[in-house]
Design a protein around this ligand. Sequence first.
Ligand SMILES: [Zn+2]
Length: 98
Amino acid sequence: MHQSTSAPPAARPATRTAAHDRCPAAAAADPTPCDGPPDAATLVDREGREVAGCIQHCARLLPGLDGARVHPFVPTPRALDIYFRASELPPFAWEIGR
Ligand SMILES: [Zn+2]
């Protein structure tokens, strides 16, 4: 009789909660969920450091990053969406409950 040599099923990855399943641009203190893919856009700060994120979190992060901009490779309509959203937010909007 053939005996199975298969290993026991691997443990499934832990179910991630929404708070831990956000894009890299989401600030730890910002409770808002992502809006769109986690690599929808990229921000570049004045030192040239890049951070990818969803539209929502790029827009929320941008006002608090002095001298930052949307990466030039981001499609224009998407970049404008980020700038328009960011223009209505103060830096670190989550600190005042926005
Ligand atoms: Zn996000």
